[in-house]
Design a protein around this ligand. Structure first.
Ligand code: UDX
Length: 461
């Protein structure tokens, strides 16, 4: 008999994860539910609601066979043996812990729905990133039933990164499963192991206690973000000293104890996880009266905000201290390449700051235009949303590279240069362009953590 898996929440984590589970585990029927009818309709259509390389292929292969999308949450809960909870946990915007703590109202509502509609024992898997000890809250709600039902709560955090979700899911560095240290808890963990064991080598499936698993997710994201803030802080120093941050990062990263990854200086990190999870960690530390530890991690976020502000300050200084009424082409709006997601994208902060300086923005991103329009909907000022890089750049004083899309490295910069106002500036917020070549074309080139290449003699910015 096939096991029934339900996933509550059809977003960036639930969507791709369930597609891969359905693909790899023909013995399971996977149903993904969400309260958002539009999103479910999109999962059932040819135009999936999220862009992720390789996702369409898998969904089209499995949908209707052992992968289903529905808004019928009660029925989904009734039929399920295993329920993955993958709802969003945004940072609280009100009340206690505002701006730091996670808003758990969707998680709690989900737990109450599970209780209301269940007619049999189930395993509940926390997939959303949650503050440590949330499992306890879920357990308490579930155990308040008088139906005689048994629920086991398991933590199985997701480490996939957007843009590489399918390959991350197919070849994970590790799968982490945390459970209660009781006989029933161990059995529940075994059930979840047997799902992943369909394609993940057994030695990569790690089990811990519930609380270690919950905390590991926050710590992993905090440490990754910390590396970026570390190298970004050094980029500021490089700009003052003529050291080159790319060279420093590469040379430091060759020490195998440091390693080369996540040391790419940029205008800052974005995405739905890093800031939220660090602030969550900070809140947790404050809650447990560890102010020094809280301040330490909070500084990772502060340096990130500083980096975007510093980037805009450099733009202003380079462009003779005013960008008022100057057209600036913003190339890239997504928080990173290969996604249309713009949550916490540094491009948002850069655009807002440039608008405050009365710049005229011409924005182009290959996948994120709809989100860009939503993100800037309440901004006053001159904003044009363009359908190509060429259109955005035409007539501009400056180009800002805000996302490391491959296509921006392949533009015909000689042709672009001819269509721009002079002097023509490029601000490479991702250090992806051939700076020397651009300088030779005639651009004044500014990047992160490297000496600017300008045609003005004797002026150092
Ligand atoms: C992250 C974690 O990587 C993933 O494990 C977790 O499950 C969710 O959060 P994601 O937010 O999708 O994934 O993107 P990631 O690739 O980690 O990039 C985050 C941000 O950091 C992006 O804005 C990216 O451009 C930036 N970044 C990344 C840098 O600025 N420099 C780097 O060296 C690496």
């Amino acid at each position: 008999m096939k096991k029934q898996i339900l996933c509550i929440g059809a977003g960036y984590v639930g969507g791709p994860t369930m597609a891969v589970i359905a693909d790899r585990c023909p013995d399971y029927v996977v149903t993904v539910v969400d309260i958002n009818e539009q999103r479910i309709a999109a999962w059932n259509s040819d135009q999936l609601p999220i862009y992720e390389p390789g996702l369409d292929e898998i969904v089209f292969r499995c949908r209707g066979k052992n992968l289903f999308y529905s808004t019928d949450i009660p029925n989904g809960i009734r039929n399920a043996d295993i329920i993955f909870v993958s709802v969003n946990t945004p940072t609280k915007t009100f009340g206690a812990g505002e701006g730091h703590a996670a808003n758990l109202q969707f998680v709690e509502k989900t737990a109450r729905s599970i209780l209301e509609y269940s007619q049999s024992d189930k395993i509940i898997v926390e997939k959303s990133t949650l503050p440590v000890r949330t499992a306890q809250t879920i357990q308490r709600i579930l155990h308040s039933n008088n139906k005689g039902l048994k629920f086991q709560v398991v933590s199985n955090p997701e480490f996939l990164a957007e843009g590489t979700a399918i390959s991350d899911l197919n070849n994970p560095d590790r799968v982490l499963i945390g459970g209660m240290e009781t006989e029933e808890g161990r059995q529940a963990v075994e059930e979840i192991i047997s799902i992943y064991a369909n394609w993940v080598p057994r030695e990569k499936i790690i089990t811990t206690n519930l609380w270690s698993s919950e905390l590991t997710k926050l710590v992993s994201n905090a440490m990754l973000a910390q590396r970026i803030s570390s190298v970004n802080s050094i980029s500021a120093l490089c700009e003052k000293t003529e050291a080159n941050v790319n060279e420093v990062a590469e040379a430091a990263g060759l020490d195998s104890r440091i390693g080369p990854k996540f040391l790419r200086a940029s205008l800052g990190f974005g995405g739905s996880c890093f800031k939220k999870d660090i602030l969550n960690l900070v809140y947790l530390c404050r809650y447990y009266n560890l102010p020094e530890v809280a301040d330490y991690w909070e500084s990772v976020v502060k340096i990130n905000d500083y980096q975007a502000t510093r980037f805009v300050r450099n733009i202003l200084q380079a462009m003779f201290n005013t960008v008022a009424d100057k057209r600036i082409a913003i190339l890239g709006f997504a928080f990173k390449a290969n996604t249309g997601d713009t949550r916490e994208s540094p491009a948002i902060s850069v655009c807002k700051q440039l608008l405050e300086e009365h710049a005229a923005l011409a924005i182009y991103d290959p996948k994120a235009m709809e989100n860009a329009k939503l993100d800037l909907a309440n901004e006053k000022g001159n904003i044009e949303f363009c359908s190509s890089a060429e259109e955005a750049v035409r007539g501009a004083h400056g180009i800002v590279i805000a996302t490391e899309w491959q296509e921006f490295t392949q533009l015909d910069y000689e042709a672009l240069f001819r269509t721009m106002q002079k002097p023509a500036f490029i601000f490479d917020g991702r250090n992806i362009l051939p700076h020397k070549k651009l300088f030779e074309i005639g651009f004044d080139v500014y990047s992160i953590g490297q000496k600017p290449l300008t045609h003005f003699q004797g002026i150092v910015v």
